[in-house]
Ligand binder design. Sequence first.
Ligand code: FCB
Length: 448
Amino acid sequence: MSLIQFPTGFLWGSATASYQVEGAWQEGGKGESIWDRFSHTPGKIQAGDTGDVACDHYHLWRDDIALMRALGLKAYRLSIAWPRILPTGHGKVNPVGLDFYSRLVDELLAAGIRPFVTLYHWDLPQTLQDRGGWPARSTAEAYVEYAEAVARRLGDRVHDWMTFNEPWVSAFMGYEWGIHAPGHSDRHEAFAAAHHLLLAHGWAVPVIHRDSPGSQVGIVLNLSPHHPASPSTADALAARLGDAKNNRWFLDPLVGRGYPEDLRDALGLSLDFVQSGDLAAIATPGDFLGVNYYTRTIHRSDAIPETANKPRTLFPNPNPTTMGWEVYPEGLYELLTRLKAEYPFPAYYVTENGAAYPDQVGADGQVDDPLRVAYLRAYFAQAARALAAGVPLRGYFVWSLMDNFEWAYGYSQRFGLVYVDYKTLHRTPKTSARWYSRVIRENAVEAD
Ligand code: FCB
């Protein structure tokens, strides 16, 4: 079998996020987050699940790092829970919270694993939500205070920072569709939230550079190719606007092009929250772009009656993951080469990619997940194609190190390389974890 080799020094890692793995929601002086509040609200999360205990990583972190070391991970992408650092969002810093992450970082470094730290992966302090949340400009101001507190403490040892994870999800799933915390349904709020998330990013970049000298700072976007379901004009327009909202609404302002006019016009948006100087701040150059990619998005227009919208092309989705997501590895190549052509950043990382499957522990106590191995192999091969096309892709983080709390889906979706028994909290590396170890060791993936 032939092997596709990756460049020397290519950074293979895996990722998690604080609310999804830590648990200990009331320990160490931590304040309440919007995800604590949301998951404690009946009816919001599948099966009434919460992140109260999750993988109990807050207590088991040493074992988890030992596991990462055994797998041979070169890097680990984690996120910091803002309410552990500033329990009320701003003002008084909680030293116990900073100590927790400081020990975690030391242990990672001792294990030879490079920590990639995301400052915000959706767990906003509830007190800040009570003062308006992301639709309020003051939340962006508070974020800078938080970023500074963390960078000052960890900035001597952490050299890879991500300001935000997927601001699109925070803004639209949280404030327009209400399926994520804080569960609001207001389009204007959602666009204001998106703006303040981007603004907070732009403001924080120089602060982190100052307090963590020599570090690289970036933002992580969830990006996806948007394809029309058919060549009809209506579907083509729907796909273009989908691309505008999901991709360009974030990419364009980050590279200094402002907000896309086609979406503004189509939705009749009022951007009354944009103040002078904001767009320049958002365009503060970052050092890399983090790309979270899982699947493409297919658009079927509902603007005209189905009978008038011809022809109809149905994209078969024969082997979806348990999230219902299509396995579409080619989309990664499409995305990365488009980024290189249209949105040049000095470097890119795939900061998340992975798949949920219905994993089970076998009679022999092992968890065999050939579908995940096949999935990752196909996506890695597309990353290699993008590298060959000249995309400066520097690393790849598999989502996720271990099964964890999958937001509105609770514990029903298993994305881990490592299986977690939620009753005993026992961890079992799956077949994919062993396979991934070999990829890392050989710095190569088998060609199909
Ligand atoms: C991404 C999130 C991550 C995880 C994966 C499946 O949108 O960033 O926390 O839930 O999806």
